[in-house]
Every structure is written in structure tokens, then in C-alpha cells.
Write a protein that binds this ligand. Sequence first.
Ligand code: CAA
Length: 375
Amino acid sequence: MVRAGIEDIGIYIPRGYVSLEKLAQARGVEVGKYTNGLCQEGFAFPFSNEDVVTIAANALENLLLNDSIRLEDIGRLLVATETPLDCSKTIGNYLAGLFDIPTDCEVYEVKHSCIAGTFALFDALNWLRSGQNDGRKAVVICTDIAQYEAGSASEPTQGAGAVAILVSENPKLLSIDSVTGTATKDCADFWKPLWSDTAMVNGQLSIDSYLEGLRLAFEDYEQKGGNTQFDYCVFHNPFGKMVKKAYKTLSELLPELKGRFEEKTAQSLAIGRTAGNAYTASLDLALASLLLHEGERARGKSVGMFSFGSGYSAKLFRGTVEGKLRDITLPTRVELSIEEYDNMRSGQLHLEEHEGFLLQRIDERGYRYYTKAGN
Ligand code: CAA
């Protein structure tokens, strides 16, 4: 079987930032509930001229800082999102225009709540393993802006971010095993009707479903003979406390994990603690956080990875770290006051980003136009 996996990762987190300490004070909630209870510090909140296309483009631009990547080598560009802008035109088609992606590159979008990025990743891996890739590579982009009703219990678990993952037969970062454990059920834990800007959540049910999905996916993985030796464990990260609960659940199934959260998982929470939930991108941001922190120490070590998408579907898989992730510096944050954040949400205030890819305008028929700062 072809050895395949992740060759490199690019990241983008919108610079606008909301502090949970200040949000708790403004909402009349004890600060400890958000910081210690959810284990979060804040969340990324996009400026008025940013959207899932611009943050995806910025993540791809970050990936392309690796100058060994040539656009003509990309044969597949998959975009995963659960917060799309259009039911028809894909984010990938906008990216094809912004980056001069070759016309023979297959571009399509994958939707399946937060697990869509993992399904896109395995689609890319299967394409490589099938040998139908003509020596070319795939790019998987996960891009989301997570928002809930202002003042709701879910609000502190908002967030935003994008990752661009180069998937190839030269997995310099992480080679990925072909065995996966899967769990799927019909569940009313979380959904977003087409008429709503924000997701609907049955909070406790979503937590219970995530943990049930983890147990069932693990059992399926074990039954299929998947390797359960995990030096590190990374999880879909809607908020830090959820990952702590997930680690505890996995330790009940794999007793050798007990009491080793700090060593095996804690470092994966770094980016998510201030970016918040980036839905499809959150698992890969967790992986990137871990790899950035561990550096050379991680080489040769195994990573158990758990992906969860509400509705629900879950997947457990395993990779081996093949090398160090290049240094990635995230752009400086710009803290928004709670008044600015509230007014931006209600459309009364427009604050603009001036760096990277930007939404230029939306015409009267809803068509979106993009530009890059400085162009
Ligand atoms: N000091 C310290 N801790 C405190 C506290 C205080 N003053 N007050 C409360 N807490 C603790 C609580 O004990 C609780 O901790 P435990 O779970 O360990 O008991 C924690 O803070 C949260 O408190 P609540 O359970 O009362 O919180 P809530 O019900 O008001 O809201 C939530 C929490 C359900 C996660 C809500 O934020 C939500 O609905 N978020 C969106 C849904 C979500 O992210 N679900 C995750 C699984 S689904 C998924 O992963 C897919 C996805 O990406 C969305």
C-alpha cells in the first residue's frame, strides 16, 4: 500500500479576538465558568470583511510559504466546512481564482458538520492510495466560523479558523494508517437550518453524543485490528473541557492512558484555547498545536486522533509523526471590546481587516468578490 499522509500544514486564525473573562462579566456569568469550567480563554471573531473564503485563502497562503509546493502539483483541492456561504458555488472555486489553481485540478466541497475535514482527508488519502493521482498531491482545507446566539450558553464556545493540509505520498509530517474506527447515529444534538445564521444546540446531548461516538469508534477500531499504541492523543476540540472529558473516556477503554493527560494531550489545546471552536479545522489545529510544541521530540511517535461531527458521525484513526512542523507564527490578535463585538454581530458596526485576503463586496445578486490587501 502507498505510504500517504500529511506533508505540511498552513494555518490561519482571524485576528479579531473576544476575551471570555470580559464576555462573562458582560453577560453576568461567573468568569470561572468560562475559564475553568470550559477551559477556554477567548475566541476568534472575524472582521466584517472576512468570511470562510478569506480565512481559507489565508491558510492556503500560509501553506504556500513552503516554497517546495508548486500549484501545478495539486491534483485535488477539497474544502470542508459546515458554515458555507452558498448552497451551490464552492469555496474551492473562489480559491481556484485567487490562486491560479490548474484547470485540471478536481475541486469540491465536503459537508458533514465538524467531521467533514476528516472525511476530506481520507478521501484525499484514498485517492493517493488508489494510484489514480498521476504523481500529484491533494490539498484539504478546513474553514469555519462558529457562532451561536448572543447571550446563549453556547456563545463562549464560538470560534473561527482555517487549516490547509498538503496530503501526499511524501508525508514529511504525519503518515496515516489506513484502519479507521467509525460510529454513526441519527441524533438531534446540533444542527443549523438554512434559514438560521447560528447553530441550534442540545448542549448536554452534544457532549454525551461526542463521548458515545468516541467509545463506539474506538470499539470499531479495535475490532478491525487498529493499533492502539498512542504516544499522543488529539481530539476534536470544541472547548478544552470537552477534550478533558474525552481523554478520561478513552482512558477507561485504554487504561495505559490513565493519569497521563498532560504528557499525551494537554499541548494540543494551545491554539484552540484562544481561537475557540473552528469546527472542521479544530482537530487539525489541535494536531498542529501539539506538533509545534513537541518539535523534534515527537519524531517517530504515534498519535491517536478522534474526529466528531454532530448529527452524528465519529472516526478514530492513528498517525506517526515523521518530522517537525515548520515554525508558524500566527498574526497578532486585535482584541474587540464586548460592545464592539455585540455591535458587529448585530450589524451596527463594521470593523475591517486590512491584511491578507479580504471580502471586497457582495453584489445585489449575492455574488461575492475578493481581493488581497496591497493588490
Ligand atoms: N467555576 C468553575 N467551573 C464552573 C463554574 C464556575 N463558577 N460554573 C460552572 N462550571 C463548570 C460546570 O461544572 C461544567 O463543568 P463540568 O462539565 O466539568 O461539570 C462547566 O463549567 C460548564 O458548565 P455547564 O455545564 O453548566 O455549561 P452550560 O450547560 O451552560 O454550557 C455547553 C456548556 C453545553 C458546552 C455549551 O457551551 C454549548 O452548548 N456549547 C456548544 C455545543 C458544544 O460545543 N458541544 C460539544 C460537543 S459537540 C461537538 O463537539 C461538535 C461541535 O464542534 C459543536
